[in-house]
Design a protein around this ligand. Structure first.
Ligand code: TA6
Length: 286
């Protein structure tokens, strides 16, 4: 293991770090938002969708990759006065540690409260995002600590954009039996499709959906989460995609967000308490 910090590269005009264990897998993470913009398992193609029109700039969210959502999801609270999807994805994080092992590589980035976050949200916080890559596996762990005197509720998510060959031919297994809120149609329903198919726009929050499998031709991608019990499934579909200035018109056809989230029941941290949530992606076959 080596703990020295490697030189940063530039991606989307922002400082970024590429972690590469000797097995040929790699991941690239921006300091802006601690945003993972690329993950290639050993011997396999890119697994994440990154819009060719994505912009990474202070105050702006990158379209694609893995946005880190904290402390509110969308405009659902717990504090609705915050920017949509919170504060973490639009700020510059600090690279804290890089570890290079024989069979994995890992980087940890940190974000602490400062004057600009306290102007929006008057709480002390410490966030760590640890990205580990190893052969066919990506682990993304979000850790939150409350170093301050007040107790605060929060929501969090890893808003993962998966690359897909064709949205209309992929299947997502593991949602059947899960209760979901449909953000487009309203209301709550129980999913009864063992293999969910997609035709265009979808925006749903599934409860207790922590073991999923994406099937995309011969590709099998396991999507697991720990302490992030909800799965948000999102695709803008053709009409909304055409209105998004950071997406190509046909971008919706080759992406599917499968987000590991803590949103239906926000968490709470008292003074000196910590919380950790994780999403793991494992490429079972390419
Ligand atoms: O996670 C789903 C969602 O909240 C959708 O409603 C959709 O708007 C998407 O996130 C993207 O949000 P953004 O703020 O990044 O444009």
């Amino acid at each position: 293991m080596s703990d020295s910090l490697p030189p940063l590269i530039e991606v989307l005009g922002q400082p970024a770090l590429k972690i590469q264990p000797p097995d040929g897998s790699e991941a690239t993470v921006l300091l802006h938002g601690a945003h993972i913009v690329s993950w290639k398992p050993a011997g396999a193609d890119e697994q994440l969708y990154l819009s060719p029109h994505a912009v990474a700039a202070p105050g702006q969210a990158v379209r694609g990759g893995v946005p880190v959502i904290f402390p509110q999801f969308e405009q659902r609270g717990p504090d609705v006065s915050l920017p949509r999807h919170g504060l973490a994805r639009t700020r510059t994080w600090k690279l804290d540690e890089v570890r290079q092992g024989r069979d994995h590589a890992q980087a940890t980035l940190v974000l602490n409260d400062d004057d600009s976050t306290r102007a929006w949200w008057p709480h002390a916080f410490h966030l760590e995002l640890t990205v580990s890559v190893s052969r066919e596996r990506l682990d993304v762990e979000l850790h939150a600590h409350n170093p301050g005197p007040s107790t605060w509720p929060f929501s969090a998510a890893l808003h993962t954009y998966l690359a897909v060959s064709d949205l209309t031919t992929v299947r997502l297994q593991g949602l059947d039996g899960c209760r979901f809120i449909d953000n487009l149609l309203g209301g709550e329903t129980i999913e009864d499709h063992p293999e969910k198919r997609f035709h265009g726009e979808i925006d749903r929050i599934y409860a207790q959906a922590t073991n999923l499998l994406l099937r995309d031709g011969p590709r099998r991608l396991a999507i697991e989460s720990d302490n992030l019990p909800d799965a948000v499934i999102w695709n803008p579909g053709p009409d909304k995609c055409a209105d998004m200035k950071d997406m190509p018109v046909d971008g919706w056809q080759t992406m599917l967000c499968v987000e590991a989230a803590r949103v239906l029941e926000p968490a709470t941290l008292g003074p000196d308490e910590s919380w950790t949530g994780r999403q793991t992606l494992i490429l079972l076959s390419a």
